[in-house]
Design a protein around this ligand. Structure first.
Ligand SMILES: Nc1ncnc2c1ncn2[C@@H]1O[C@H](COP(=O)(O)OP(=O)(O)OP(=O)(O)O)[C@@H](O)[C@H]1O
Ligand SMILES: [Mg+2]
Length: 361
């Protein structure tokens, strides 16, 4: 177990600034997930922690010791990549044992450790095979075993499950969660998968263009996103955004207009001005079909996705992105129906239109 501190970390490739002043403190034994759009610097950040990428400025501390100039092999950090790159001519046993052999660990201890790790990851029956004789999921587990056997203080995972099919992804995700509970190592995990992020993480870092937008627990990010970027990034299908302008403000609430329609509902904020433009953020599960009088806006059904457990109804509102409403499967909604969309006031997020920062809750 190890704590990790990133202090004002920068990384430039020539004129390109990729990491721009990242500060994070990760507690010993914590499972932290990094998410963010493609190209925002997630892999670069992991590679910097692993020591595979030179730091432009700032410091990385592991257990309160600056490791900027410490060789990757001596950092006690293991990294598992998306492409698991096993040695094709070595058996699974030899692949897992490779790092220990290089480190000249005693042969009997190597056997002991490889067997123990193979047992945890259910690879005991595969040890004499070659990588090409294993399925993708088994190979990915070998890559994890190879990292695990070194007993590092810190694990770095760069989208380790993205090559696996849906079923294997779920199984391996559960294995990883169990593994983290049993060895309680510090883990930093990069993924594009919302479910992986929300289920595995104790804390999530949302990175955007090399900067941290928000760092917090999955529930903090989901229910209390700091700005419109986080609100739109965490949660799948993503939050709907509807443009509105403030009609009038009372002591504890305000009224809004959406697309020239006066909405017959009060919203619980007063830190706004008359005529101010705002964005209402509403998650698909909070959007509902109501009467015209109670509605925010109306539009025609453009697409229905039936996902077994529930339906996603996509509705076209003039001058807006498609809005998405999540409804129970027993519904009467058909293509081209006109739906009047409403929401309970307490389920609305309100963002400043220009700065995108949160105004409510
Ligand atoms: N060796 C390099 N030289 C120059 N630019 C680089 C180099 N490596 C990465 N970059 C740039 O740094 C940025 C961040 O890359 P990085 O691989 O960290 O993104 P990422 O968040 O992991 O993206 P993805 O989700 O697609 O894996 C990208 O714009 C990339 O083009
Ligand atoms: Mg990457």
């Amino acid at each position: 177990m190890s704590s990790i501190k990133l202090n004002n970390l920068y990384k430039d490739y020539g004129q390109t600034n990729v990491i721009k002043g990242v500060d994070v403190e990760i507690n010993s034994g914590e499972f932290v997930v990094i998410v963010g759009p493609s190209g925002c610097g997630k892999s670069t950040l992991l590679r910097m922690i692993a020591g595979l990428e030179k730091i432009t400025s700032g410091t990385i501390e592991i257990d309160d010791k600056v490791v900027n100039d410490i060789d990757p092999a001596k950092r006690n950090v293991a990294m598992v990549f998306q492409s698991y790159a096993l040695y094709p001519h070595l058996s699974i046993y030899e692949n897992i044992a490779f790092g220990l052999k290089i480190a000249k660990v005693d042969k009997e201890i190597i056997t002991q450790k490889v067997l123990s790790v193979a047992n945890t990851l259910e690879l005991v029956d595969q040890l004499n095979k070659l990588p090409k004789q294993l399925s993708g999921g088994q190979r990915q587990r070998v890559a994890i075993a190879r990292a695990l056997v070194r007993e590092p203080k810190v694990f770095l995972f760069d989208e380790p499950l993205s090559n696996l099919d849906a079923g294997l992804r779920v199984n391996t995700r559960i294995e990883l969660a169990k593994l983290h509970q049993s060895i309680s190592a510090t883990m930093i995990y990069v993924t594009h998968d919302q479910v992986e992020a929300l289920t595995l993480a104790e804390k999530i870092v949302v990175l955007n263009e090399g900067e941290i937008e928000q760092f917090g627990t999955p529930m903090e990010l989901y229910f209390n996103p700091k700005n419109k970027f986080i609100a739109g990034f965490i949660g799948s299908p993503k939050m709907n955004f509807i443009k509105a302008s403030i009609l009038n403000v009372n002591k504890n609430d305000c009224k809004v207009m959406v697309l020239d329609k006066v909405v017959d509902q009060s919203f619980p904020i007063s830190n706004v001005k008359t005529n101010e433009d705002v964005t209402l953020g509403i998650r698909p599960e909070n959007l509902k079909s109501v009467t015209l009088e109670q509605s925010l806006c109306s539009g025609g059904v453009e697409l229905i996705e039936s996902l077994g457990e529930y339906d996603l109804i996509y509705i076209r509102i003039p001058q807006h992105e498609l809005l998405c409403m999540k409804v129970e499967i027993k519904n009467e909604i058909k293509m081209k129906d006109v739906i009047h969309l409403g929401v309970d006031s307490e389920n609305v997020h309100i963002f400043d239109e220009s700065s995108m920062s949160k105004k409510w809750p």
